[in-house]
Write a protein that binds this ligand. Structure first.
Ligand code: ADP
Length: 261
């Protein structure tokens, strides 16, 4: 709980920081971008200053992209939830991955046919899948297997002991597994922190997993990471399942206390 609190406070701090300075900082970047663009148009490619100007323009463009990510991150977008079958966003992502992931990475999808629905924002679920898939790709530079699994899972009072802070009940489990480089425990401890990255400057912002964590929490869910160096990594996300359709739903039963909580 202490860790979760620290994490929430850090996210809050990043939010305040980003909200406060990102906007002004963006204005400065726009000036840099604008004037370097004008100068680039005036110069010929053979001019000695041309390459330096191009570098200024590219750096300002990267800065603007970082600010955009920060602003998206700090804006607490309330999820627009609908009863959602996770098969839909998974199939959307599969299409995207087939086009963008190198051929040496094998993509496998295991979605059970009787998947319960969850109350979720489809766009945010796609964002989660995208961030986790991109990290999995980066962890498999020499190829491997990326597996996306979705199935129903009931966590009873015994199971929840392994998941601190989680109530017993019915969940939909969404798992993303790769056979990549893996991480040692020293790294796993920090991966959900904003700005934690092991990637080169310009390749990673360290905001991907912090964003995933925030979205999962806003959906009342839970996320775990199991990783072994040189073996691979599995992220598991548990989202509360909506009561099965066959169960009667009436006004009064909505107000009844849920079983087992
Ligand atoms: P970024 O990808 O920009 O570095 P993230 O928050 O998405 O930021 O990830 C933080 C760090 O967690 C990465 O830099 C990497 O070290 C580690 N990481 C995340 N996913 C994986 C994975 N599937 N395999 C190995 N390392 C990972």
């Amino acid at each position: 709980l202490q860790r979760q609190l620290a994490q929430a406070q850090k996210m809050e701090a990043v939010g305040v920081l980003a909200g406060g300075i990102a906007h002004d900082f963006n204005n400065l970047l726009q000036v840099t971008l604008g004037f370097s663009e004008i100068l680039l148009e005036e110069k010929k490619e053979t001019d000695p200053e041309y390459r330096d100007l191009q570098k200024i323009f590219q750096a300002a463009t990267s800065g603007a992209e970082l600010v955009r990510q920060l602003l998206t991150f700090s804006r607490k977008v309330e999820p627009k939830t609908v009863p959602l079958d996770l098969t839909e966003p998974i199939m959307q992502i599969k299409k995207f991955l087939n086009r963008t992931i190198p051929k040496m990475i094998d993509i496998r999808i295991n979605v059970s046919g009787d998947l319960a629905e969850v109350d979720a924002d489809p766009t945010q679920i796609e964002q989660i899948l995208m961030n986790l898939a991109v990290n999995a790709r980066d962890a498999m530079p020499e190829g491997g297997t990326l597996t996306i699994t979705a199935r129903n899972e009931t966590l009873d009072s015994e199971c929840v002991k392994c998941h601190p802070g989680v109530s017993p009940g019915d969940y939909v489990l969404l798992a993303i597994t790769d056979t990549g480089t893996g991480m040692d425990t020293g790294i796993v401890e920090h991966i959900f922190e904003p700005f934690f990255t092991t990637k080169e400057i310009g390749r990673g912002t360290g905001l991907g997993l912090a964003m995933v964590y925030g979205i999962v929490k806003q959906h009342g869910g839970h996320i775990t990471c199991q990783s072994d160096v040189a073996q691979g990594t599995t992220f598991k996300i548990y989202l509360p399942a909506i009561r099965r359709k066959t169960e009667p739903v009436t006004e009064s039963s909505e107000e009844m206390p849920a079983h087992g909580t």
